[in-house]
Design a protein around this ligand. Sequence first.
Ligand SMILES: [Zn+2]
Length: 458
Amino acid sequence: MRTIRRILGFLVVAAALMLAVAWFADRPGEVSVVWQGWRIDTSFGVLVFGAALLALVAIALARLWQSLVSGPRRFLRWRRDRRRRQGYAALTSGLVAVAAGDPREARRHARRADVLLDEPPLTMLLAAQTAQLLGDEDEAKRHFRRMLDNPETAFLGLRGLITQALKSGDTIEALMLARRARDLRPRTAWVQTTLLDLETRIGDWPAAQETLRQATKHAALPPAQASRHAAAIALERARRAVLENRPEEALAQAELAWKSDPDHAAVAPFLAERYLADGRARAALRIVEQAWARGPQPELADLHARARGCGDALSRVKAAERLAALAPAHPESHLVLARAAQAARLWGEARRHLAAAIAAGGGAATAGIARRMAEIEEAEKGDQAAARGWLERAAQAPEDAGWICGACGTAHARWQAICGQCGAFDRISWTARARVAALPAATATASAPPPQDGPKTT
Ligand SMILES: [Zn+2]
């Protein structure tokens, strides 16, 4: 394309020249120049071409002069560009070597990049990562610390130092660094989640609450998870307030927990308990009934009886019926009826509801149900053999639902935000579980009890 254009250009210029020559040839004329005793006689055309030639020579000379003057500068610039290109290539190769886990190659490129590029911020990260790859954490720390001096690299340096502190288990150091990182970039998701993790780990619940508020504002967490954590943190604050005898704060935090996530199983029993302690039975009843409809659990049944002010066993049966009606198909609803009936010595009723609980739970009697059957056999008929049979069965049966850590599978007597076994935050939830000791943690909470034959109810 360019060649064609050039040829066309040449043709146009040549045609114009030929036309001009012809034009001047058709119109001859004399020109005489006399200057300082010199006399030049020529035609007008020759004079015009002579002048044009002179102008071209002058332009060519000017160009030559310009290139002579600017030549060294251009050469220097070209060399600097080449160095920078090579430097960036070394930097890239070094980062690739780090990613590929090749420390020798990474170190070679890091040194080369350092020599070629006069930009320490860029090469420090590579140097630090190379040192880490070589297992030299002290050297890496030195590089990360140097990065803190430069505003462009301070955040990356902090990230490296935080990772190091977390790896060495230095929670306080990690927390300090993470707070600095948040001051630099408050919107970064990993800063928010790391900070939340550290603050919950040391039990600084007010700080964790604020961090979670920020993280939620910047959408650093999925909304459902954020609400669940908000409830867990408020609940821990409420628990501490109870221990330190600040009932008003405890109630306020418990209400906040309920508002944050009413499905968090630990919230409703706690809040209902606070309302009862405050003499507000109706409020407690409202919470218990709403929570039962969402997800029944035994603790709520006891609170329900207290909120209704049940004195004798028969009034408890009545209360249990009202509660069970809120989630009629749930095994726990049958169990609350069975317990109330057993307490009222209504044996037939108790057996009927236990059988219904077994059926609603997928046909398998849990350990709790089997133990209750043993109690009934003994209390009603004094049938030791039948009771023993149920107790043997209880030993084999799936465990009842309980507070299970979703991270490590440990069962806890009561809910807490931090698992005492594995230290995970907000992983303990009210969960059905199977009696299989070696079940992997991840599936322990999700698996259903193994199928068993339903017990005979006679
Ligand atoms: Zn755990």
